[in-house]
Each structure stands twice: as structure tokens, then as C-alpha cells.
Ligand binder design. Structure first.
Ligand code: GLC
Length: 545
């Protein structure tokens, strides 16, 4: 793999730092903890770690409310500790991607403290301030992503400020060039320290309508649905003005790319396909000047059926601009875990799908051992989303529980009391136990990742849809004459595979079923929920399992 396209061939692994590994017994994961667990990431075979926010924060939204963009929260460690992490990760072949949160700051950030101090403050226009509506209410009908109005009245200066999330997360005004420059300086601060890229939080929402017009009603809204869906987010999401800003961000980051290593931008974008692919930023000359990887969340959202996914893969491949790198995600810190959503057997199939589709995969910590959502009793709830809108199933604590490392006390996560309870199964379901079991979810991940690294057809080959019946998602990955076939049975019944889809002299390079033999005698029949990667005898290099 050449250094400048590591993000095309490689695999990204998301660490939610509070929950990965605690090193000092305070019950909260930290940077030294991540450093201590690099061995796990190396043995898993991933290429880059994206770490959710580690900056000083009052933790109203667990780090997504930042009070200083250029420092480390003491709960997570120190800048020296961060530098040590980058250095050691790089020495072990792992890149570091940070979370960049451009849409808002904490209300304790000095910029906001100044901004709210007086209407005449030079930083006033760094945030979005407006007079009350004639009735004294909020300036318009925008709703916060966490529920309630996206506006809070500030009695000090008699105006409202806008916030797309909590009132503790005031929105920056990206129309102001000073804000843009200050935020690009934040990117440079971390790039100079050697980080390899950024995952950019809520990228589509950073620019708001200049006139702050009301959003129109959503014709599909059904009474009783979450109020968030009452209006179409026409005037506060995905405005055309976002695109030139994305191109500016890209130029800032590209200035640090060199032939040894390119830096990458990954955009958090929950948008329908045509609007999503616009974030690759194809300009009139066909150059892609946007983010390299606009997150594709379809596998998180879609109904888990072969036909649905087949159709989406086709549409996605067709919608990608020339030269654009696809990407796939099964889970993150905001969405229910895949093993809970589709069940443990299907989660094995999902892992194979993620790791064999054309495109950069992002793996959420814990999914490699099949961690499931953990029900959090009401009096232990931490997530502000759940606190604001209780009982609707919106809370994100269930997918943020501590990593299960071993059968030691507190699953090896902490010597103290974990900030969020552990899953009930941690004594049996953990990294150590699964490392000893060749049939485990972890073993499957290691095998698939090793295969993906060893086989150019998997890490850079093209995608060719195949037909192996309705319930089977079938495709080939081709690269310079090499052809691997992936067959995934989404059905609950055995699926005979038509010989026409099989390569010549086939062998099984990987299966979700640990008992599946390598050789194929006669017609291939997949077990229910089974997935296989088929190559030919010649593909069985030393690195193949
Ligand atoms: C993103 C983050 C989420 C956070 C929100 C506000 O959606 O992924 O965790 O709450 O932005 O920053």
C-alpha cells in the first residue's frame, strides 16, 4: 500500500475515548489507555484510529462541547501524552484521526464568553445572535437536534443565540471570515503535531440561512412522531455555502500532505445519496476538492435485506464521481450497535460485508467482539439526548459502554468504577476469551482484515454485481486479473449457489462459519446467514488464512 493512499486501502477504527481503556482508575478511558491497547489494534490489523473528542470540555455532550480546541482535557491526559500516543501509533503503523467539531463550541469557550458579554463585543458576530420575534419568542422555528427550540434567550444582552444541539453548544457563525480562519488554525495546530486527518462533526450544518427563514413543514410528519421531524431542515442544513468552506478546509489539510503521507478529511453527513456525494466536491475540472470520505451511513439505516443493500450498492457506485473513494460504516457512538440491530449471527455476515465491499470501512470499537447495546436504567443515564427526550429510545449510552477486554475486574477497563455500566456478558464475552477461540467474532475480524490486507482485489479491486438469487448478496472484486467472489446469504434457509457465479477451481478463503472447509466438493450451498469469500487455488498466498 503506498503511503499517500492509505485511507483508500486501509481500515479506520473508531475509539470512543471515555469507554476504551482507563489508565488511572477514575473510571473514564484516556489517552494513555489507548496507547496501552495499541497492541490490540495492531493484531486486529486496522490502519487508522479515529478518536472522538479529547479536548477540554464541560462534558455536557461528552466532549462534543469544547471549551478549548487546542488542548487535552485533563480527564483524557496531557498534550505530552497525546504526542506520545501519536509517536507510538505511527511507529506501529497506525495513523491518528481526530474529531474536529466546527459547528459549535461549549458555552464556556472564551470566544462565547466574550461574545455574550456585550452586543458591541468584537467576538459578538462569531456566534449567531438575533433579536426575539415580535412576540418575544425565538427568532424562527428551528429545532435543536436534541429537541426543543434551537435558540436560547440570553438576558445579559436581550438577544437569542442559536444552537443546533444543546444550549451549552452555541453555533459558530461560519459566515464570519475570522471564525473560519480561527478554526483553520485549529486544524493546523493538530496537523503540526502529526495527526493524519480529521473526522468532521455535523459538517452539513455549519452554515445557516443568512436571513434565518423559518423551515417549511414536513408533509410526511405524523402527529406523535419526534418533533424534530415536524419541519424540513431546508434553511439550516446542507446550504450551497457549505461547499466552498469544505474546499477551504481541504486546502488547509492538503498543505500538510506530502509524498510520505496524505492527510484525510472524513465528513459526518446524514444526507440522501445525491446530496451526500456532493461532498466529494467535484469542481468544473473534475477535481475532487471536498472531503475524501463523506461518511456513508446506509448500512446503519437500511433494512437488513439482501435486496435493499444490493440496490443501494448499485446506486452508490453509480452516484460516485469519477475517482471518488467509497466508504462503509456499520456503527458509531450515536447509533445502536450492529449486533443488537441484526442479531449475533447476522452480525458476522455484516462484518464480512463491511470488510469486503469496495470502499474504506470504519469499524466501531467493540463491534469486533460483537458487543451489544446495554440497557441503562433511568437513574444511570448519562447521555443528554436521553435526558432531554426520555423514553423515546434516542439515548446513546447503550452503544457507549466500556470495552470488554478480559474477565478481570471491570472487564480490564478500569481499576475504579466505570463511568457507564458494563454489559452483563463481559466475563465471557471479551477480547481475551475471544482471542483463544478460533470461531469467535474477533477471530473472524482478524481473518477478514488479514485477507483484505493480503488481497489487492479486496483492498483496491473494482466492484462487479453478480446474481446468485434474491436472498444472496453476490459480488466480485477484480484487480489486475485477480477475481474474488463474495457470497452473503441473508436468508434463513440454505442457499445453493449457481455454478456460473463461481470462479474456476474455487476455494473458500474465508467463511463466517468456522466449520466450513476450504475445499469445495460439488455445488456450493451456503448455510443460513453464511457468508463466504471465494478465490481460486492460486490466491492462496501465505497470508491467506
Ligand atoms: C455529532 C456527534 C454527536 C454529537 C453531535 C453534536 O452528531 O457524532 O455525538 O452529539 O455531533 O456535536
Amino acid at each position: 500500500m503506498s503511503a499517500d493512499d492509505w485511507w483508500k486501502c486501509g481500515i479506520v477504527y473508531q475509539v470512543y475515548p471515555r469507554s476504551f481503556q482507563d489508565s488511572n482508575g477514575d473510571g473514564i478511558g484516556d489517552l494513555d489507555g489507548i496507547r496501552a491497547r495499541l497492541g490490540h489494534l495492531v493484531s486486529l490489523g486496522i490502519d487508522a484510529v479515529w478518536i472522538s473528542p479529547i479536548y477540554p470540555s464541560p462534558m455536557a455532550d461528552f466532549g462534543y462541547d469544547i471549551s478549548d480546541f487546542c488542548a487535552i482535557d485533563p480527564r483524557f491526559g496531557t498534550l505530552d501524552g497525546f504526542d506520545a500516543l501519536v509517536q507510538e501509533a505511527h511507529a506501529r503503523g497506525i495513523r491518528i484521526i481526530l474529531d474536529f467539531v466546527p459547528n459549535h463550541t461549549s458555552d464556556r469557550h472564551p470566544w462565547f464568553v466574550q461574545s455574550r458579554s456585550a452586543r458591541s463585543d468584537p467576538r459578538r458576530d462569531w456566534y449567531i445572535w438575533r433579536d426575539p420575534a415580535p412576540d418575544g419568542g425565538p427568532p424562527n422555528n428551528w429545532i435543536s437536534n436534541f429537541g426543543g427550540p434551537a435558540w436560547t434567550f440570553d438576558p445579559v444582552t436581550g438577544q437569542y443565540y442559536g444552537h443546533s444541539f444543546l444550549k451549552e453548544q452555541p453555533d459558530l457563525n461560519w459566515r464570519n471570515p475570522e471564525v473560519r480562519e480561527a478554526m483553520y488554525e485549529v486544524l493546523r495546530f493538530w496537523l503540526r503535531r502529526g495527526v493524519d486527518g480529521f473526522r468532521v462533526d455535523v459538517l452539513s450544518q455549519i452554515v445557516k440561512d443568512a436571513q434565518l427563514r423559518d423551515n417549511p413543514p414536513n408533509p410526511d410528519f405524523v402527529e406523535g412522531q419526534d418533533e424534530f421531524h415536524r419541519w424540513l431542515m431546508l434553511h439550516n442544513t446542507d446550504l450551497p455555502e457549505v461547499q466552498p468552506i469544505v474546499a477551504e478546509m481541504r486546502r488547509v489539510v492538503d498543505a500538510f500532505s506530502d509524498t510520505r503521507s496524505s492527510r484525510v478529511l472524513i465528513g459526518e453527513l446524514y444526507l440522501p445519496l445525491p446530496r451526500l456525494v456532493a461532498y466529494y466536491g467535484r469542481n468544473a475540472e473534475g477535481v475532487l476538492e471536498g472531503v475524501q470520505l463523506p461518511f456513508n451511513f446506509e448500512l446503519i439505516a437500511t433494512e437488513w435485506q439482501a435486496a435493499r443493500i444490493r440496490r443501494f450498492v448499485r446506486d452508490y457506485e453509480a452516484a460516485l464521481p469519477a475517482g471518488a473513494q467509497p466508504n462503509w460504516v456499520l456503527g458509531n457512538h450515536d447509533k445502536p450497535r450492529i449486533a443488537s440491530r441484526v442479531g449475533p449471527r447476522m452480525a458476522r455476515l455484516a462484518a464480512m460485508l463491511l470488510l469486503t465491499l469496495r470502499g474504506t470501512p470504519t469499524l466501531y470499537y467493540g463491534d469486533e467482539i460483537g458487543m451489544t447495546d446495554v440497557a441503562i436504567p433511568a437513574d444511570e443515564v448519562q447521555d443528554p439526548f436521553e435526558k432531554n427526550r426520555p423514553g423515546l429510545g434516542l439515548g446513546r449510552d447503550p452503544e457507549r459502554t466500556p470495552m470488554q477486554w478480559s474477565a478481570d475486574a471491570q472487564a480490564g477497563f478500569t481499576t475504579g468504577t466505570p463511568w457507564l455500566r458494563l454489559a452483563a456478558d463481559w466475563r465471557t464475552n471479551n477480547v481475551e476469551a475471544q482471542s483463544r477461540d478460533t470461531g469467535s467474532m474477533l477471530a473472524l475480524h482478524r481473518r477478514l482484515i488479514a485477507l483484505r490486507r493480503a488481497q489487492p482485489a479486496l483492498n483496491r479491486g473494482d466492484h462487479e454485481a453478480l446474481d446468485a438469487g434474491d436472498e444472496v448478496l453476490a459480488f466480485a472484486r477484480n484487480h489486475e486479473g485477480q477475481r474474488l467472489v463474495v457470497l452473503l446469504n441473508f436468508g434463513e434457509t440454505p442457499a445453493p449457489i449457481p455454478p456460473a457465479s463461481m470462479p474456476h477451481r474455487p476455494v473458500v478463503l474465508a467463511s463466517t462459519d468456522p466449520a466450513r472447509a476450504e475445499g469445495i466438493e460439488g455445488p456450493l450451498v451456503l448455510a443460513p446467514c453464511e457468508g463466504v469469500v471465494i478465490g481460486t487455488v492460486d490466491d492462496k498466498g501465505p497470508a491467506a488464512p
